[in-house]
Design a protein around this ligand. Structure first.
Ligand SMILES: Cc1cc2nc3c(=O)[nH]c(=O)nc-3n(C[C@H](O)[C@H](O)[C@H](O)COP(=O)(O)O)c2cc1C
Length: 388
């Protein structure tokens, strides 16, 4: 683990990324860090936030700032949700539980991935105080899918996050090169690299990672994500399947992986309460638009009928402020939280959230708002073009 001092010295999310890089073998770090093919979309997710500038108002009383929002009917202390991330327990023993606990302490929701190492029951038991959401992939085995829904409801996961952008996995070339793929064929360099990170390797070996939510289906053992996806996930999903899940799940549903405004409108017409504007962190279709670029059209298409969560490239409190000014209710964070997990488990995610909170609070004061309802579209402008 990065020492407590090193975590405390991390001032930005980029600092946490550097700590994660130091602790993890390259193949594992690249699995987190990388995107599909040439990684254009991955880069655009971050870079396109620069398309917007923040326009402050002055001489506003900002002495008592409150960054909380209402997110699908519940208060969140910050306009953030921890996006679902597979195999967190491979990055840090008990990674899912560590992240859920840190999220609970910070007062923000934690969304558990279908592909977690800890099972959804284990996370619920170890982090009962967390506002827990469960992310579902469409599985070929519909009985197992229904069972997962029932298990999530029985373990009090309040919101279902339905991910719709993985009919098959994107081509992640860093993983192909490292052999972090189907079947697991680590290159010699990768094997040496694993051996050079004994602290991570011992933790990973001791925790004997497997896909916790698939124990009993006969494929619980950890092989590779690519193999797992190819074997279990259903590429034939349509809106009819979305409607069937809507009919089965009693609580709110957020659909994740929407970029086209007509898909957003379709989801809302089926009774979906929230749309997550996301390209899966640039890990699926390369050259898809960035999340922040896709947002304005989706805001128009939805016209206030559902909540919108922007997910992709959020590294700064000012990114969150921009997304909200453009009409989002909150932002999802993927890597920002995972780098925290990988750098220091619960303490690392706590650091991620503390950094984003401090930056967000600072930006609220400087732009001249006391609460989130004060923020409007008038607080952002398109940046003058031609700047590097
Ligand atoms: C290592 C890793 C694993 C991921 N696993 C999942 C997953 O299991 N389910 C899912 O819906 N999205 C998954 N995602 C996508 C994230 O939920 C999120 O959409 C993305 O990371 C947002 O971009 P950001 O990392 O720039 O914040 C994963 C992302 C990363 C980096």
């Amino acid at each position: 683990m990065a020492s407590t001092k090193a975590l405390e010295r991390a001032v930005t999310i980029a600092d946490l990324r550097r700590l994660a890089r130091r602790r993890l073998p390259r193949a594992v770090f690249d699995f987190i860090d990388g995107g599909a093919m040439d990684e254009h979309t991955l880069r655009d997710n971050e870079a396109d936030f620069a398309h917007w500038t923040l326009l402050p108002r002055v001489a506003v009383d900002v002495a008592a700032r409150d960054p909380s929002v209402k997110l699908l009917g519940r208060a969140a202390a910050l306009p953030l949700v921890l996006s679902p991330v597979g195999i967190e327990g491979f990055f840090w023993p008990g990674g899912e539980i560590a992240a859920a606990r840190a999220a609970a302490k910070a007062g923000v929701p934690y969304c558990l991935s279908t592909n977690s190492i800890a099972s959804l029951e284990q996370v619920a038991k170890a982090a009962p105080e967390a506002e827990r959401w469960f992310q579902l992939y469409f599985l070929r085995d519909r009985d197992w899918l229904n069972k997962l829904l029932d298990r999530a409801a029985a373990s009090n996961y309040r919101v279902l996050c339905l991910t719709v952008d993985v009919p098959m996995q994107g081509r992640r070339e860093r993983d192909l090169r490292h052999g972090f793929t189907l079947p697991l064929k680590p290159s010699l360099a990768t094997m040496l690299d694993l051996a050079c990170h004994p602290r991570w390797a011992i933790g990973a070996a001791r925790s004997r990672p497997s896909f916790g939510n698939f124990e009993g289906i006969g494929r619980g053992g950890f092989t590779s994500i690519a193999q797992h996806v190819a074997t279990l996930f259903d590429p034939s999903v349509t809106w009819d399947d979305v409607a069937r899940i809507r009919a089965r799940w009693r609580g709110p549903i957020m659909i994740k992986g929407i970029l086209h405004p007509e898909d957003a409108a379709k989801a809302v017409s089926l009774g979906i309460e929230a749309v997550m504007v996301s390209n899966h962190g640039g890990r699926q279709l390369d050259r898809a638009p960035s999340a922040i670029a896709a947002l304005p059209e989706i805001v128009t298409a939805i016209g206030g009928r559902a909540e919108i969560i922007v997910d992709g490239g959020v590294r700064r409190g000012t990114d969150v402020l921009k997304a909200l000014a453009l009409g989002a209710t909150a932002c999802g964070i993927g890597r920002a939280a995972v780098w925290g997990v990988a750098a220091g488990g619960e303490a690392g995610v706590a650091r991620t959230l503390a950094i984003l909170k401090a930056e967000f609070d600072n930006a609220m004061a400087l732009i001249g708002i006391e609460r989130m309802t004060d923020l409007t579209r008038d607080h952002v402008r398109v940046r003058a073009s031609g700047r590097s």
